[in-house]
Design a protein. Structure first.
Length: 62
């Protein structure tokens, strides 16, 4: 499962303020339709395929 860190090698941020936006990936690698948004620890099952996951910690997102 993905996790949120502020710097490579840093500790996971796991205070449940995280948000996860999951999108289907288009054939050209761009963000497609939004599949779901989860808050806190990401616990989900997705159909096989390519996805883009955007992680948020308060106002920061990657």
């Amino acid at each position: 499962m993905p996790s949120v860190i502020l710097a490579e090698g840093g500790p996971d941020i796991s205070d449940n303020s995280n948000a996860w936006e999951i999108y289907k990936a288009n054939a050209d690698g761009t963000r497609g339709d939004q599949v779901m948004t989860e808050y806190g620890e990401l616990k989900t099952h997705l159909e096989p395929g390519d996805y883009i996951v955007v992680g948020r910690a308060d106002e920061a997102k990657v």
